[in-house]
Design a protein around this ligand. Structure first.
Ligand code: SF4
Length: 600
C-alpha cells in the first residue's frame, strides 16, 4: 500500500461516494492515477477496480499516465478560435517541440486541447497546472515556454502586473483573470449587506413563507431550463427522506458562458447565503457547491469565504440565531465533463460515479443526491433569491416582463468591442444588446451556446425572455467575415461528439453521422438530399435520454433554419448520389508502407 494514497482515502473516511475527491487529490499529489493506485483505491473503498476506472476514464482531467510536469490545456472553443487560437497553438507546438496530445520526451511539457474553460471574454486562454492564463499571443507563449524550460514555477510565469481586477488580485486568488462586469442591475448591484437576510429576514419567516415569497417573485431557474424556483423548493420540502440536500450547479460548461465565474469571484458570500436560504426553505443541513474543475484556481479563495461565513454564524449551527437551523457547505469539484451540467448527471458525479444522466422520474426533488430529496439550483438563481427575500417579490417583479420577471446576467463574447458580463432585464432585444456591446457588421448571434440557436439579422428585434429567446446567458456574436459552417457549426458539432456520455446510441452515433454529412457539404460533395437527411437525423436525436442529446443537432438544425442559403449554395443539385468513398485515400497508408503506387 502506498502510504500517501492510503492517507488521502482515509481523509474521506474510505467513503466510495467521495471517489471524485480521492481521485482529484491523488492526481494533484502525484500528477496522475496509476494502475496500482486504482487497485489500492478499489480495495480500500471496497468497490471493483472497474468501477474506479470507469469513473476515472469519464472525465477529461484525470489521467492514468504522467501528463507532463507542466500540463497545458488550451481552450478550443469557437471564440478562442476567433481570437487567434491557431497561432497560439502553433507557437506552443513550435516552442515546446511536440504536438498537441503529446508530452515532450523529457516529460516536461504536455499539451492538450480542452473545451470552453469559461474565459470567452479573454481568449485565447489556457490552464497550466490549474492556473489560468488569458489573452495569450504567440509572443507570450514563447515567454511561457522559455520560463518553463528555465525551471520557473507556474505561479512565477506571470508577474503581479498581470493580476486581474476586483477579487482576482486578492491574496487568495492571485489570478490574471478579469471580471469585465460591464452592466450592473438589481442582482449584481452591491446594494446589500452580506448576511442581512439570514440574520434579519429568516427569523421572521417560516420555511413556507420563504417558498411563497420566491414563488410570488416568478423567478425561474437561470441555468437555462427555466423551471420555477419556488415550486422546485416546495416539491423538495414536501418530499420524504432522511435528509434533504441543496446542490449549487457551478459547472457552467456551455461554451460561451462565464457569468458564474464572475459571480463566484465577486459575490461568493451572496451565493453561500443563497444556498443557506434554500436550505432553510427545503429543510437541508448539508449543501454542495459542485464546481467545475476549470475553476480549481478559486478553491482557496472560496474555502476562505466559507470559513469566514462559519465564523460569522452564517453557516454552522443555529445559523443567524435561529435555533435548530444547522447548515454547512462543502465544495465538490467535477473533473471536466460538460454533461455534468445536467442535474442528474451532476448528482451521479457528486456521488463519485461517471456523470451519466439518470432516467427520470424520479426527479431529484424526490430522489436526488444519495437518493434523498435534493434541490439543484444555478449560481445566479441562488444569489437572486437572496435579493428577492431582502427587497421583496413585488420589487423583483418590477423588472422584466410579465412571463419573465426580473433580470438575466449575460455572458457576451465574440465579435464585439466590449465582451463581458451584462445584467439586463428580460425583454431586452438582441439589437439593443448588439449596440450595448459595440458590435457591428454582425451576421449571426449564437443565443444560449451550442445547445441554443443561431439567429440571423431577421431575428435581431426578438427579445430575450422565456416565451421568445430563452437563454442560460451565453451570447456569442459572429461577424460578417466568419464562415458559419467552418468556424461555428463544425466546432459545435465536434464539441457535442466529444461530450456525449455515450449511453444512448442516438446521441453517440447521430452527431457523428451529421458531422460527416456537414463536412461533405462544406467540401462540395453534398447533394440536396443531404440537407433533408440532416433535418431528419436532427429530429431523431430528440429521443435521447437527456438535454445534451436533445440539443446535439441544434448547431446544424438552427443553421439550416436561419442560414439555409449557405447550405443550398454548397450542395450539388443535379445529382442523386455522390460516392463518399475515396479509394486512393483509403489505400494510401498501405501503399506507402509497401512502396506501391496506387493504380487508381
Ligand atoms: Fe448520455 Fe447523450 Fe444519452 Fe445524455 S443523451 S444520456 S449525454 S448519450
Amino acid at each position: 500500500m502506498d502510504a500517501k494514497i492510503q492517507e488521502i482515502i482515509e481523509k474521506y473516511n474510505n467513503d466510495k461516494s467521495r471517489l471524485m475527491d480521492i481521485l482529484i487529490d491523488i492526481q494533484s499529489e502525484i500528477g496522475y492515477i496509476s494502475k496500482e493506485s486504482v487497485i489500492q483505491i478499489a480495495k480500500q473503498i471496497d468497490i471493483s477496480h472497474v468501477d474506479v476506472e470507469q469513473t476515472m476514464s469519464f472525465y477529461h482531467f484525470f489521467t492514468q499516465s504522467p501528463p507532463g510536469k507542466y500540463s497545458i490545456f488550451l481552450n478550443n472553443s469557437v471564440v478562442a478560435d476567433m481570437m487567434g487560437r491557431e497561432g497560439v497553438r502553433a507557437s506552443f507546438e513550435k516552442e515546446a517541440g511536440c504536438k498537441f496530445g503529446e508530452i515532450t520526451e523529457d516529460g516536461l511539457i504536455g499539451r492538450f486541447d480542452t473545451a470552453c474553460i469559461g474565459m470567452n471574454d479573454q481568449e485565447p486562454a489556457a490552464i497550466i497546472n490549474n492556473i489560468v492564463f488569458t489573452k495569450l499571443t504567440p509572443f507570450r507563449v514563447r515567454e511561457i515556454i522559455r520560463d518553463i524550460k528555465a525551471g520557473k514555477s507556474v505561479s512565477d510565469l506571470f508577474m503581479e502586473s498581470y493580476y486581474g481586477g476586483g477579487m482576482n488580485s486578492s491574496d487568495k486568488l492571485r489570478a490574471m483573470v478579469t471580471n469585465n462586469i460591464r452592466k450592473v442591475g438589481p442582482v449584481l448591484s452591491r446594494n446589500y449587506v452580506s448576511g442581512a437576510v439570514i440574520k434579519e429576514k429568516l427569523p421572521q419567516m417560516s420555511a413556507e413563507d420563504v417558498i411563497n415569497e420566491v414563488k410570488d417573485s416568478g423567478i425561474r431557474g437561470r441555468g437555462g431550463a427555466g423551471f420555477p424556483t419556488g415550486l422546485k423548493w416546495e416539491f423538495c420540502r414536501k418530499a420524504k427522506g432522511d435528509k434533504h440536500y441543496i446542490l449549487c450547479n457551478a459547472d457552467e460548461g456551455e461554451p460561451g458562458t462565464f457569468k458564474d465565474r464572475v459571480i463566484l469571484t465577486e459575490f461568493p458570500e451572496l451565493l453561500f447565503e443563497g444556498m443557506a436560504v434554500a436550505a432553510y426553505a427545503i429543510g437541508a443541513n448539508e449543501g454542495l457547491l459542485y464546481l467545475r474543475y476549470e475553476y480549481k484556481y478559486m478553491e482557496d479563495y472560496l474555502e476562505d469565504v466559507l470559513h469566514k461565513a462559519r465564523a460569522n454564524n452564517l453557516l454552522g449551527k443555529n445559523i443567524g440565531g435561529i435555533t435548530g437551523f444547522d447548515f454547512d457547505i462543502r465544495i465538490q469539484f467535477g473533473a471536466g465533463a460538460y454533461v455534468c451540467g445536467e442535474e442528474s448527471a451532476l448528482i451521479e458525479s457528486a456521488e463519485g460515479k461517471r456523470g451519466e444522466p439518470r432516467d427520470r422520474p424520479p426527479f431529484p426533488v424526490e430522489k436526488g443526491y444519495l437518493d434523498q430529496p435534493t434541490v439543484i439550483n444555478n449560481v445566479e438563481t441562488l444569489i437572486t433569491a437572496v435579493k428577492i427575500l431582502n427587497f421583496g417579490s413585488e420589487w423583483y417583479k418590477s423588472f422584466g416582463t410579465e412571463d419573465s420577471t426580473g433580470t438575466k446576467v449575460l455572458s457576451i463574447s465574440g465579435d464585439c468591442k466590449f465582451p463581458g458580463i451584462y445584467e439586463v432585464e428580460w425583454g431586452f432585444s438582441v439589437r439593443d444588446m448588439l449596440d450595448m456591446v459595440g458590435a457591428s457588421e454582425v451576421q449571426a448571434v449564437q443565443v444560449g451556446g451550442p445547445s441554443g440557436s443561431l439567429i440571423s439579422p431577421k431575428d435581431f428585434d426578438r427579445v430575450l425572455c422565456y416565451s421568445d429567446l430563452s437563454t442560460g446567458g451565453s451570447m456569442i456574436i459572429i461577424g460578417d467575415h466568419r464562415d458559419i459552417l467552418k468556424d461555428i457549426v463544425l466546432n459545435f458539432m465536434e464539441f457535442f461528439i466529444d461530450e456525449s456520455c455515450g449511453s444512448c446510441s442516438t446521441c453517440r452515433e447521430i452527431p457523428v453521422i451529421m458531422t460527416e454529412k456537414l463536412k461533405n457539404i462544406m467540401n462540395g460533395k453534398g447533394i440536396a438530399k443531404d440537407i433533408d437527411d440532416l433535418l431528419e437525423w436532427g429530429e431523431l436525436l430528440k429521443v435521447s435520454r437527456c438535454g445534451l442529446g436533445h440539443t446535439a443537432g441544434n448547431p446544424i438544425l438552427s443553421s439550416i433554419k436561419n442560414f439555409r442559403h449557405i447550405y443550398d449554395e454548397k450542395v450539388i443539385r443535379d445529382l442523386d448520389y455522390i460516392s463518399e468513398f475515396d479509394l486512393k485515400k483509403a489505400t494510401k497508408e498501405s501503399c506507402d508502407y509497401v512502396g506501391r503506387i496506387p493504380s487508381i
